[in-house]
Design a protein around this ligand. Structure first.
Ligand code: ADP
Ligand code: ADP
Length: 225
């Protein structure tokens, strides 16, 4: 089975004063195991909407989301929430780390919520921090870290529950170009080391070219190249 299948996803936002916004009009894609795919489109094209649907954070009006051979659109809410916690890692443009907790605690907490014993959760957090070159920083709070370091901690948090797929929405979009380039390299190394499948939305064509394949979102559908 592919890691992720999106088949014929349709999504319209209703209720706006300007009338309904048809964002996705039959978007389909497949992500093979271990594949890292770029999703490229201008702002407003629907990248975040597609990632949220793929990540089970939002539901489509039509179409199927299949993760690891399981049709998520046929599941009830509780099963879908459990599947999201176990199967999907999410990275945003802004780190969304909890400011009152340390870097290590930010990586431990989602594991505890998922039933991982504390000692194992702490060991995983340390191993992940080590992989992104931040093992001496586990005891620091987000405000004590640079922007690039904060994003590296957010990568670790997304990987903490050992998901099947990683969805990233402009993961280095708030960093200056040099830092973005370097931090993106860290993300790619981490994804390759874990054999994860990843769908990564970006405006940055240089970053897109470093992935296995590039998909464009155009008029609510997916095109290749
Ligand atoms: P992208 O990530 O490519 O910038 P988005 O998925 O965020 O695109 O948004 C796609 C379109 O849907 C935009 O026109 C946006 O204004 C609209 N949109 C996004 N979320 C909502 C919402 N909750 N209600 C109404 N319109 C929305
Ligand atoms: P950048 O130019 O990348 O934003 P900063 O000037 O924010 O970097 O920080 C440089 C280094 O100092 C980073 O490694 C950051 O983690 C560290 N640092 C910044 N503020 C603090 C702090 N209050 N406590 C501990 N380390 C800090």
């Amino acid at each position: 089975d592919p890691a992720l299948i999106l088949d014929g996803i349709v999504k319209t936002y209703r209720g706006g004063i300007a009338g309904p916004v048809e964002v996705l009009r039959g978007a389909s894609l497949e992500l093979a195991r271990g594949e890292v795919v770029a999703l490229v489109a201008p702002s407003g094209a629907g990248k975040s909407t597609l990632l949220h649907i793929a990540g089970l954070l939002d539901t489509a009006d039509q179409g199927q989301v299949v993760i690891d051979g399981l049709d998520m659109t046929r599941m009830g809410d509780a099963a879908r929430t459990a599947a999201r916690r176990q199967q999907v890692g999410f990275i945003y443009q802004f780190h969304h780390l909890l400011p009152e907790f340390t870097a290590a605690e930010n990586i431990v907490l989602p594991q505890l919520a998922n039933g991982v014993p504390r000692a194992e959760a702490q060991a995983r957090a340390q191993a992940l921090l080590d992989k992104v070159g931040l093992s001496p920083r586990g005891g620091h709070r987000p405000a004590q870290l640079s922007g690039g370091e904060q994003q590296r901690v957010a990568f670790c948090r997304a990987m903490a529950n050992q998901p099947q797929i990683l969805l990233a929405d402009e993961p280095t979009g708030n960093l200056d170009p040099g830092t973005s380039d370097q931090v993106f390299g860290v993300l790619m190394d981490l994804v390759r080391a874990t054999g994860l499948s990843a769908l990564i939305a970006t405006h940055n064509l240089d970053l897109a070219a470093r992935m296995d394949r590039v998909l464009r979102l155009d008029a609510g559908r997916i095109a290749t190249g």
